[in-house]
Design a protein around this ligand. Sequence first.
Ligand SMILES: NC(=O)c1ccc[n+]([C@@H]2O[C@H](COP(=O)([O-])OP(=O)(O)OC[C@H]3O[C@@H](n4cnc5c(N)ncnc54)[C@H](O)[C@@H]3O)[C@@H](O)[C@H]2O)c1
Length: 264
Amino acid sequence: MRFAGKTVVVTGSGRQKGLGQGILQRFADEGANCVVSDLTIDSEAEAVTEEIRGRGAKVAVIACDVSDAAQCSALVEQSVAVFGGVDIFVNNAGIGFMMKPMLEVDPKDWATVIAVNLSGAFYCTQAAARAMVAAGKGGRIINIASQAAKTGFPHLPAYVSSKHGMVGLTRATAVELGAHGITVNAVCPNHVTTGLGAQQNEYFSKLLGFESVEAYLENMAAKNPMGRPGLPSDTAAACAWLASDDAFYVTGEAINVSGGEEMH
Ligand SMILES: NC(=O)c1ccc[n+]([C@@H]2O[C@H](COP(=O)([O-])OP(=O)(O)OC[C@H]3O[C@@H](n4cnc5c(N)ncnc54)[C@H](O)[C@@H]3O)[C@@H](O)[C@H]2O)c1
């Protein structure tokens, strides 16, 4: 129960089998108070909330469109109002399903992806850090970047750029927030079959000429040194370690959780 009495907020955590739910499951199992947050609180977000509550955690559910700075501030303020503080903030909200060749990307699509994946992480980081600095107890900020933060992928120019930007945000904020006992790190998962991941599977299996999604995933597993794609629990375990006392001296890092697919 390493996180008993601590509060964790995870943006974009209202999708079943998403990385956000997986991260909250791990923190709930280790005693944290949990804030489920998503663009809208629909029946799926309610189901995630109930599942996390069923693990024995105290849970709040708060809507937040991370592309709106005011909503990011409100998310932090409401979390503080409910639980008395925010100790761990995970920037997980993201969109990665707008696949198009680079030459055909519409400026609006580009702006949408950057607004959510990168600007959203900045607005939330700023809001969470302000609350952590005011509380004077340090804190942990964790950015869910991607393997796409370390290397290029076809037909995802805005996504790849936003995730590389997240690593820059991680480093820039880490150097300033260390003085307040706040660490800032990124986690870079490889492919995970979530809602977002499933849409990528459909698209890339066709683009690369596989006869089925299953054949595409088998090929992916065969090429991975650990023999399988990622799971939400892999990313969750890295988040829990980064949020633990053991990782106090680790900041500004972008840690691959990719079964060895990415090594730099
Ligand atoms: N699935 C993968 O293969 C993979 C790999 C590496 C990184 N990631 C990253 O992990 C994170 C979670 O993705 P996932 O795979 O669980 O997919 P997902 O689609 O289940 O989760 C993304 C969440 O972000 C939410 N969201 C979208 N726009 C939002 C907005 N404006 N404000 C607030 N929330 C918003 C969605 O509603 C959803 O709940 C994303 O940042 C994604 O880029 C995913």
